[in-house]
Design a protein around this ligand. Structure first.
Ligand code: GAL
Length: 679
């Protein structure tokens, strides 16, 4: 089927293209790779490089050739050395189409900012070269190009930018309907006797009445639960394990909508992937109590909370960081007080008051620490203080802990998987001892196949990738890593391919995400298919209509939050395209037709091969429109780097082939074929 082509946005004006968007794969000299690193939190980067959020790191000797396409004017970077105290002097050069346009020398311990500024106008490629100088560079010494960037004239983009090669999708989500709609998950997990806090998400024209039906029927057991229709907050506790079947109804002058809602009291919490906001991508090291409160307020004011976003998570830099006191006096102070309690910095005068503020809105509060002696930002980690920190976080009222490996390497012991599991086992147990449920979100970037054991150490979600940034290479690489991980996801156990990079993110000078619109569709569609936590990472006070439309499409969110909790697998692939699919609780199937190429192309979904027999009604999820009934093969024309997200409902004779358990059987087959091809 040929889809209609609704043309929209023109290429955005770009003043400079930063290192994290370069294609750094063409190594022309030396061994190893050129990495894009988060300079601000890199352990060994020199001070000038650390001033930048990102940087390139290369081994020495090394040369990498980077395509620029003739449009760039200049190249700039703060040069340095990456060495853990090892002596070394490195000669750096920049070549434009093979001609030297800049050179300099850096030595270990340099604190002055050596600025590379090179004229690369007209060049098709430029090359970064690092060589040992004056007595050489020790083993392990690297060259750093902090804040490396190419300056372009307005409107020019890199040669491989999809804005050059394909039409871009505009806003697809229909405007919010005035009819009432109950949104959010239909199941909520809580441990017996632990506080329940749920702000009922619902939309519709005001005045909108939102009721919770069934409270009081099962009386004695539900006596501890109350609902306030004015704030839409359901709160209290239930002591006895079991399923409590309630319903939520929203009513206004245009009608009413009702949805079943089960409170499942038992040992498993976080029955659907966490949805909310985290401070890191928006503010990184400049987070403050005020910014977090503003985000909590904005989550409600923008209506995002009415679509299910509930967590407000403070990431790194809420603590004192004496090592950074010179750069930022707000971070000055002891890591812990005389009793060993972890200390918040001046920007966070009262952590309990902050959590209370978030709770008063019916939202949940998240905090950040590390199992190591330090977090990635060099604040105190929880090493050897796990019980006390868990207690402190619980007393302050936090509901979620992101526990980031960081400097744990320095104290880790044992080997392989046990080495990786141990610190989380300790914190998992410490959190479990508290009198409130605290979601444990493991952040160790996928080491030792964390998906296979994250739940065994008490985690509810685990990062499966390094940090994801708002670049196509980053997002597409993260997707690639999820191919086998559908095996491990389920209620209370989620793969986490990192926070969302849509909207105004901090490393882009607080401007809109540099992902092209099509790429943002792939980002959000895939995260929903993967049953990933949906953690917004942008400044909510600068929410553009496009970003809002990406984050508030209830049919997309419904896929992410589906109670069956089965994550998508890649069930078919061809040259430059893939189809990912997952079964949903109501017997329907969600699928993403993912175009990995930079050009618009047809992507086929062979229903028959995937075991979907007879007829299926296909719905375009982003546009919220039925496309028609299909049999055999369904295909769509998908713009470059975009994903066409559909939901298929069996219609009349539509059914699964007898030998198919669910649509992901095809993903198993694909993985098996690949494994066989490898041996
Ligand atoms: C990284 C982590 C980021 C952020 C940062 C804070 O290791 O992956 O998401 O939390 O640390 O320093």
């Amino acid at each position: 089927m040929k889809r209609s082509t609704k043309h929209t946005t023109a290429p955005a004006a770009v003043h400079y293209v930063p290192a994290e968007m370069f294609d750094v794969t063409r190594v022309v000299r030396g061994e190893g790779v050129c990495e894009v690193a988060c300079a601000a939190i890199e352990k060994r980067f020199s001070t000038p490089a650390k001033k930048h959020f990102f940087g390139l790191r290369t081994p020495v000797p090394f040369a990498v050739e980077i395509p620029v396409g003739g449009d760039a004017a200049a190249f700039e970077a703060s040069c340095g050395i990456d060495a853990a105290g090892a002596p070394g002097t490195v000669a750096l050069k920049v070549l434009a189409d093979g001609r030297e346009v800049w050179s300099g020398v850096v030595a270990a311990g340099d604190t002055a900012d050596l600025k590379a500024r090179a004229d690369v106008s007209g060049a098709q490629t430029f090359t970064l070269v690092a060589e040992p100088a004056d007595g050489g560079a020790g083993k392990g010494v690297g060259a750093v190009w902090g804040g490396a960037k190419l300056l372009y004239a307005d409107g020019k983009v890199l040669p491989n930018d999809v804005r050059r090669t394909s039409r871009q999708l505009g806003i697809l989500t229909p405007p919010e309907r005035p009819e009432p709609r109950v949104n959010g998950p239909c199941v909520y997990g809580v441990r017996p006797g632990r506080p329940i806090l749920f702000r009922v998400p619902a939309t519709g024209a005001a005045p909108l009445r939102v009721e919770v039906i069934g409270l009081g029927l099962d009386s004695p057991k539900l006596a501890g639960l109350s609902y306030d229709p004015a704030t839409r907050i359901l709160s209290g506790r239930i002591d006895e394990p079991g399923d409590y079947a309630l319903a939520i109804r929203a009513t206004n002058r245009l009608g009413s909508d009702e949805k079943p809602f089960t409170i499942r009291v038992g040992e498993t919490i976080c029955l659907t992937p966490a949805m909310g906001w985290s401070s890191w991508n928006a503010f990184a090291g400049s987070v403050s109590d005020e910014k977090v409160r503003t985000a909590a307020d904005a989550l409600v004011a923008t209506g995002l909370a009415d679509h299910g976003y509930a967590y407000v998570n403070v990431d790194d830099f809420w603590q004192n960081i004496p090592e950074r006191a010179k750069e930022d006096p707000d971070l000055d102070g002891p890591l812990r007080d005389a009793d060993g309690r972890i200390a918040a910095n001046r920007r966070f005068p009262d952590m309990k008051a902050l959590a209370d503020h978030i709770h008063a809105k019916g939202l949940k509060a998240g905090i950040y620490s590390s199992p190591g002696p330090f977090t990635c930002g060099r604040a105190a980690g929880s090493w050897q203080h796990e019980e006390l920190d868990a207690k402190t976080f619980a007393e302050w009222g936090f509901d979620y802990l992101k526990h980031d490996w960081c400097f744990y390497d320095d104290v880790a012991f044992g080997s392989d998987v046990l080495r990786a599991m141990y610190p989380y086992l300790v914190m998992g147990a410490a959190l479990r001892h508290q009198k409130r449920d605290i979601v444990l979100s493991l952040c160790q970037y996928g080491m030792e196949n964390v998906s296979a054991w994250g739940r065994c150490v008490g985690g509810q979600s685990w990062r499966t990738t390094g940090d994801v940034f708002d670049t196509w290479s980053s997002v597409s690489a993260a997707i690639e890593k999820q191919k086998r991980l559908f095996l491990y996801a389920g209620p209370g156990a989620w793969n986490d391919p990192d926070m969302l990079c849509v909207g105004a993110v901090c490393w882009n000078d607080g401007k809109e995400s540099r992902l092209a619109p099509n790429e943002q569709y792939t980002h959000v569609s895939m995260w929903a298919l993967l049953a990933a936590p949906l953690m917004i990472g942008c400044d909510l006070t600068k929410l553009s209509p496009f970003t809002r439309s990406l984050l508030t499409n209830d049919e997309v969110i419904e896929i992410d939050q589906d109670e069956l909790g089965k994550a998508a697998g890649c069930i078919a692939e061809g040259d430059g395209w893939e189809v990912w699919a997952r079964p949903l609780a109501d017997g329907s199937i969600a699928a993403g037709l993912y175009n990995k190429s930079g050009f618009e192309r047809m992507v086929p979904f062979d229903l028959k091969k995937a075991g979907l027999l007879c007829k299926w009604l296909v719905r375009d999820v982003w546009r919220q429109e039925d496309e028609g009934v299909f049999m055999g093969v369904y295909e769509a024309s998908v713009p470059g780097h975009a994903t066409h997200l559909v939901r298929l409902r069996p219609c009349r004779c539509g059914r699964l082939r007898d030998d198919v358990t669910d649509v992901r059987d095809a993903a198993w087959r694909l993985l098996r074929e690949k494994d066989l091809a490898r041996v």
